[in-house]
Design a protein around this ligand. Sequence first.
Ligand code: GDP
Length: 695
Amino acid sequence: MLNLTKQMIELKNILASMDYSETLRLPAIVVIGSQSSGKSSVLEAIVGQEFLPKGSNMVTRRPIELTLVNTPSAAAEVADFPALKMFNITDFKQVQNVLFDLNKAVPEYECISDDPIQITIRSPRVPDLSLVDLPGYIQVEAADQPMELKQKIRDLCKKYLDPPNIILAISAADVDLANSAALRASKIADPSGDRTIGVITKVDLVEPEKAKGILTNRKYPLKLGYVGVITKAPSAGKNSSLFSRRPINSHQAFVAQQNFESSYFKESRDSFTGTTTGTKNLKRKLIKVLEKSMATALRPTHLAIQQELEETSYQFKVEFNDRPLTPQMYLANNIDLLKLATKELSNNFSRRELRAILKNELDQRVLDLLAERYWNKPFKLNGETVIEPDLKELANLNNMDGDVYWHRKLDLSSNSLTKLGVGRLSTNLVTNALVMEIGNLVDNTQLRNHPMAKRAVQEAAKSVLSAKYYSTADQVENCIKPYKYEIEIEDREWQLSRENSICLLKEEMRQCEEVYNDLKKQVGGRKLNQVVTYLEKLHQQNTSEVDLNSNEALGFSSNLIKKGQDAIFLRDRLSLLKMRHQFLKSSKKCKKKENKYQCPEVYLDVVSSKLTSTAILFLNVELLSDFYYNFPRELDKKFFDTLSNEEIELFAKEDPKIKKHIELQERKDLLEAALNKIEGVVAIQRSKLNRLNED
Ligand code: GDP
């Protein structure tokens, strides 16, 4: 059987999460009444639970949109606050507290807010109803209220009291109806009284005859009529024949109220003939009236959904070319792109590139060693000048066999290289290079617009690399160990290193020249010459120490003296490099590995090449291949296994363009679901009508 209201409430829930036009509004029952009229008691009697916040100062400040869903399978009343993602609350004290806090969130000076609180209560005992509890403001609107507040109240009122909503106007039997704020307000919104149900509370407080007079009201006739109720049982003692014991819990209180109400109306049955009384009848009436207005709303709602969907689909096509997108799809696309780029990287950044990085670093170390041990000038040791054997002498020596000095020098240099910690150094270099490469890849995807994701990718790369860091560094160090004791050289290796060191020296010369020229430009050629000549003269006089702080040195500033010293250093270094370059390039001696003591540049290059090749062998397998295998898995773990759907949505919506795309897609999906739903309802409704016609 079709329960129209239930279906329409489900439809309303589908539409609830999106903004929609007024035409898509589904009917609800709006409850209004002045303070103490018994409004809360009526709502609670319908629900069968005490759930509304109480207190003299604490009036409802926000509309409460209350959806009741008849759920035969539920054990008792269960409440959800969908917007707060709070579900299955069975403790109605908690519901009361949440409602209290949500209302309190509106500052006192604002008095009311039109931002509704949504709450759904499911129970086998409630009917399917859609109710709205409006702030008890109607009676509060006073002459001294500021104009904008009055306007605010009117706007809120208009929004909820306008068709297709039904107005439940609550008035107490013990107050003159002429003073009923609820009826006054409903008369403005529904002058012909078509959509208003009058509820007269506290019937027990007046004589039955008087109550009947109110219920058969001719002064304020309403087409949907009046219902008389007693929604609060008198406390024990007052009516001890009916209540021998005080009810213990909220549910028992409602059973007591129902018992009292039905006994009361049964006892005075004759007085109430021709009227509608009792909470049960009120509920029935509400179900019937809402169902009827839902049926009336069916066709316009159907049309409105169709139209909204058409507009949304058109916008989706124009703006996003019908390309589907969800937060999950967006994330998956981007991670896939990153994985693909990583795969590509594994082709472009492999052994060869690693080799270049490490060799480059070791070349630099070799140059530093050469500079320190071979290309240096006389230096002072304990105040005495120690003159290094001239490198020119080295080039001209014919028999090196017995020269302990040069042998020791080369051995020490080679040792410095093999013992500099190649394991750590190379692992560090590769790790940093990979993290940088991954950073570049991220910058080529849309992930660059998501700082959080960018960080997560970097962390994924680092965690994969750091898992292998120490073992790789140790293994590399182990593998290069033999070179710390002995280095065997093949002719081919020697030749390659010779070529390489010639290139290195050439580059070193170029850089040296560049710095020298910069210096010249800074100081001016003539000035530099003057200070250099001055310093050389001093040197010849064997007073190599210049007091940089004294200004008397021919008027040269200490800064200029320093520049002059730099210039001399660069000039000497350059001439030395030229000499060595020439020697390596043209001397026959350098073509033979046996002359290694005379060609330390070539020999040290052989060592650094060997260290590089051996280190790379392990780095490639232990670090690089492992990274390319594990990094994509780490990405999956970081992004798909740990992030919740809400986090993925938050992430995707960080990018405003993507946010718009996803939201339009969501809107389209929701409208499609809504259209499906309403078309189903329309079809069932139609076949029901057809059957009725046939009968
Ligand atoms: P609200 O301020 O309009 O929400 O009114 P309440 O539901 O809080 O009721 C105001 C007072 O009237 C409370 O003390 C209730 O116990 C009392 N009350 C409500 N309904 C009835 C009723 O049907 N009969 C009697 N005797 N008292 C009622």
